[in-house]
Design a binder for this molecule. Structure first.
Ligand SMILES: Cc1cc2nc3c(=O)[nH]c(=O)nc-3n(C[C@H](O)[C@H](O)[C@H](O)COP(=O)(O)OP(=O)(O)OC[C@H]3O[C@@H](n4cnc5c(N)ncnc54)[C@H](O)[C@@H]3O)c2cc1C
Length: 158
């Protein structure tokens, strides 16, 4: 995804955002490091927020300032352009990967690793996520695409 916008278009906004956010912020972040295919040029600003509130604040900020925003997980289903990506990449990973199980209900943050989620469900005696055990990404990415296997989609479980 590329556009006519560039860091020059909104440098102050991005600097302001990076100062306000709790979490890792990298200007000119090489997307090659965030793609399982190991391709892609730099993103104007990559943010790995430390909490869901911070992630929500980044989304609100991007919308308010009309800055392009891409939410990613582990980048296992993305092909980034060598030219890079203008705007903000919001990466939801380890910081947002808590999984809680109560009775037969699983609550998972978007960055939870899918095989870990399936394994926790199995250890808790819960069936239904077997079809996701070998999928190497986050639950956020899986839900966005309604991914799955064995003719099942994660939407069957959500
Ligand atoms: C070897 C291999 C095997 C695979 N096998 C399968 C399979 O059997 N079944 C299957 O369905 N997929 C499979 N995949 C694809 C992929 O691993 C899964 O779909 C995975 O769940 C994607 O998660 P991700 O965190 O890597 O998402 P990403 O690749 O980072 O993102 C994928 C899409 O989801 C969006 N997205 C990611 N996280 C969020 C979020 N939190 N909120 C909103 N949007 C978000 C991104 O913008 C993007 O559009 C496979 C991939 C590989 C490399």
């Amino acid at each position: 995804m590329t556009s006519q916008l560039s860091l020059d278009t909104y440098p102050q906004q991005l600097e302001q955002l990076a100062k306000a956010v709790n979490g890792r912020c990298v200007f000119g972040a090489p997307l090659v490091e965030h793609s399982s295919w190991q391709i892609g040029g730099p993103a104007d600003l990559l943010i790995e927020p430390e909490s869901a509130d911070q992630a929500a604040a980044v989304v609100c900020f991007a919308r308010r300032h009309e800055i392009p925003l891409l939410v990613i997980g582990q980048g296992t289903n993305l092909l980034f352009d060598d030219a890079g990506l203008r705007g903000i990449v919001l990466k939801l990973g380890h910081n947002l990967s808590r999984i809680a199980i109560s009775d037969n209900r699983i609550t998972a943050e978007a960055g939870a690793w899918v095989p870990a989620l399936a394994r926790k469900a199995m250890l808790a005696g819960l069936a239904g996520l077997e079809h996701t055990i070998g999928i190497p990404g986050t639950i956020g990415g899986l839900v966005l695409m309604n991914g799955g296997s064995q003719r099942k989609g994660i939407g069957d479980n959500v």
